[in-house]
Each structure stands twice: as C-alpha cells, then as structure tokens.
Write a protein that binds this ligand. Sequence first.
Ligand code: AP5
Ligand code: MG
Length: 214
Amino acid sequence: MNIILIGPPGAGKGTQAKRMIDRLGVPQISTGDMFRAAVKEGTPMGLKAKEYMDKGALVPDEVVIGVVKERFGKPDCAKGFILDGFPRTLEQAKALDGLLKGMGKSLDHVVVIEVPDDYLVKRLTGRRTCRGCNYMHHVEFDPPKKEGVCDKCGGELYQRDDDQEATIRSRLKTYHDQTSPLIDYYSKQGVVRTIDGTKSMEQVQEAIQKAIGA
Ligand code: AP5
Ligand code: MG
C-alpha cells in the first residue's frame, strides 16, 4: 500500500499516519520528523533545514528529494509507505513519480485531509509533541494523563518551534500557494480521496479506512 497524506499544517496527517502504520504494516515517512531529527543532531542538513522551517517556508526541493530517496532504500519500505508531508511542491511530486517508477511501484491513494484555516491555529498552538516517539498530544483535544509526559512512551512533551502563531500563518500561506496545487495534479491520476478533517480523530480515522478500503 503506497499512500500520500496531504493537508494543511495541523490537519492531522501525523495523527492519522500513526493510527494507520500498524494496521497497514507499512512505515510512516514524515519529512518534517526527519528534518527535526536532523536539527536535533545538528547535522549540516539539519542546520540548513532549520533556516526554512523557522520561517514557515519549504526546505529546497533538492534537499527534500535526496532525503526521501535515501529513506526509500531502507528495507521497511519494501511493502509500501505512508508519506506524511511529502511531496509538497509540483517539483517534488514529479520527482516522486520518477522514484516510484524506478522501484516498480505506483500510488494507491492520495488522502487529502481538508480542514479550514480557522481550526488549525488552535490545533497547532495546543499541540504537544513527544521528544521520544513523536506522538502528538493536544492540551484540549487529546490531553496526556500526566501533564508534560507522553501517554505512549513516557517521553517529555514539548512545543515545536514552528507552532507559534506568526509561523503558523506563514506555513498556512505556504500550503495554499505551493502544496494545494498537488490536489489537482493527483486528481488527474484518479487517486485522490478527500476526507473531512474537522471531525473527531476517530471519525477521521474511520473515514480514511473506508476511503482506502483498509
Ligand atoms: P511538518 O512536520 O510536515 O509540518 P506540517 O505539514 O506543517 O504539519 P504538522 O505536522 O504541523 O500537522 P499535521 O497535519 O501532522 O497535524 P497533527 O497530526 O500533528 O513540516 C514542518 C516543516 O518542515 C515545514 O514547514 C517545512 O519547513 C519542512 N518540510 C517538511 N516536509 C517538507 C517538504 N516535503 N518539502 C519542503 N519542506 C518540508 O495534528 C495537529 C494537532 O491537532 C495535534 O495536537 C493533534 O492532537 C490535534 N488533532 C489532530 N487531529 C485532530 C482532530 N481530528 N480533532 C482535534 N484535534 C486533532
Ligand atoms: Mg505532522
């Protein structure tokens, strides 16, 4: 199963990907998580990515495509993958087409999670991410049992640097300008499944399961 999740920041791509990986037996590939790991390690790529992430802008295509290409080489991708946050530009989508072709694979579903901008600021300012397992809690919609501690792994919860209101607004603009045109690109391939992301996490999960038949 080869799936792409598309949606604005805070739409619930990561939340839903984490609910899908066990059921589908394929890994979540989140370019955002990979960049945050590189920032934490202080690698040259991480330092470069951070400049863009802090502004709510996109990391240059050639860097992102290189990272995904390398990730596809890992054995756990053999059965498929859930791409979370990649591709985000037409250039990346075309590069992905080439990578898939080279691996003899094709896309099964492009799941578009639609949520109006008004909902997203609240979701992102209230998000608390786990340093250990990257699980996303929310202070109101999915609060941890113990404040500051991840329910899943006991790791420390933190607020992402880019979850400040001004940066969130830039990220939303970047999404509408550069990423939303991909919906049209993939509609032409007949693989788009549109989901109402304003519903509860469970309802969104059910809608995705129904749409992809798994
Ligand atoms: P990335 O990490 O991908 O961030 P994003 O796309 O902005 O999306 P988010 O992770 O913020 O939101 P999400 O949809 O995963 O929502 P979540 O499930 O956490 O990218 C970060 C940066 O890295 C980019 O800005 C860019 O600079 C760079 N980058 C990454 N990929 C790139 C690429 N391909 N090209 C170039 N640059 C790239 O949910 C949010 C919150 O809401 C959580 O607290 C959750 O608990 C809650 N929630 C989720 N669903 C619901 C629901 N149904 N109801 C109520 N609350 C909910
Ligand atoms: Mg995410």
